[in-house]
Design a protein around this ligand. Sequence first.
Ligand code: ADP
Ligand code: MG
Length: 419
Amino acid sequence: MTSPLLCAIDIGSSKIATICAVESKDGDELQVIGYNLIPSKGVRKGLIVDIDEATIVLEESIEKAERMSGHKINHAFVSVGGPHISSFNSHGIVAVANPQGEINEDDVMRAIEAARAISISNTREIIEVLPRDYIVDGQPGIKNPVGMSGVRLEVDTHIITASQTNIKNINRSLNDLGIENHGFIFSGLASAEAVLTETEKELGVVLVDIGGGKTDLCIYVEGSLAFSGSLAVGAKNITNDIAVGLRISLDSAEKVKLFLTKEAGKIKKKSEEINFSQLNLAENLSSISYKTLVEGIMSPRLEEIYKLIFEEIEKSGFGHNVPSGLVITGGGAQTVGMVDIGKKVLGLPIRIGVPENITGLTDEILSPPFASTVGLILYGKKNTITEKSNFKNFNRILKDFSFDSSFSKVKNFFKQFIP
Ligand SMILES: Nc1ncnc2c1ncn2[C@@H]1O[C@H](COP(=O)(O)OP(=O)(O)O)[C@@H](O)[C@H]1O
Ligand SMILES: [Mg+2]
């Protein structure tokens, strides 16, 4: 039997990316066999604002990825992000069903259900329920309680919710295209999966994915996701400022910004002029000094983005638990000055996160803009039951499962093995 095709659709605020991968024969590696990206339409700051336009772009991206991979895509993991995302932490307590025996998977399920059974506004939908820590008879710090003995099982969970309208709109689009949604994954969480190390998560770290119209955040404390959120700013704001500052169109401003990233390494002195003549901009602009562009126009916006990130970290209450600092990713992380200004504003270590742990056709996609795209596939793999995932390594699966929106499916899967 060949390994199942894993597909993901990343609905970003700048681009829609579709990716297909298969597991290598030994099951250790994921190989990308096809992908596509196109500028998104009908999506603003992660929200579908025009369902027809969004469907057309989704269809195009899916078709192109199908052609590249030579496989029909009929299911996918789907990203959802933007300021309509919010999160909270919830606690669940249950009595262990058989206190003379061992804690079993059903007890764990019931504890998670108890944490999940919290009233939320009917305009919101839960997209993730992640167990952070289990507590058995008052003893915390347990990562997997199955097989332990105890009478009382508690769980701390992290719950991510999204706008129900947006979820419905994305599903309607996917339905029209004959794609079965295998689960929504918060795009910030997907990026975290692709770029963070286990050590960073253990020590405490903030993942910041700076997209076009949104910036997704995930804070990890003691190895578990503790906070998720998203800001309504992104790298497009920087493009806007360049357009206004230089009195050029948004298209030209975007070209100037990307050209700057490419040329910045060659700049010796801040007063140096950057020559844009090869860009053939519609406007009569052929050069500008590095200092004017970077310090005069772009830096104030970068500082503002970091101030908003700072406020979000403060709001989370985990500001003092992140010694690993920030790992920034997404296209916007590549902006000239992004790392240095962040260090200055926040006083924390910052590195750029590049997606890893995937092979195959990866020339273009092992770069920050694809952190969320690659992460969807990696996260999706953990949630997929393969022929190898049999009863023998049940505990491993149980630990790996994040009990996301496919919770009921997962539960049914477990039920098969429960006598
Ligand atoms: N090399 C680069 N230098 C600076 N900015 C970049 C670069 N590449 C992409 N960007 C910016 O990143 C943004 C898109 O980021 P991306 O992560 O693809 O967004 P999303 O996932 O929200 O669709 C755009 O505003 C783009 O200008
Ligand atoms: Mg993205």
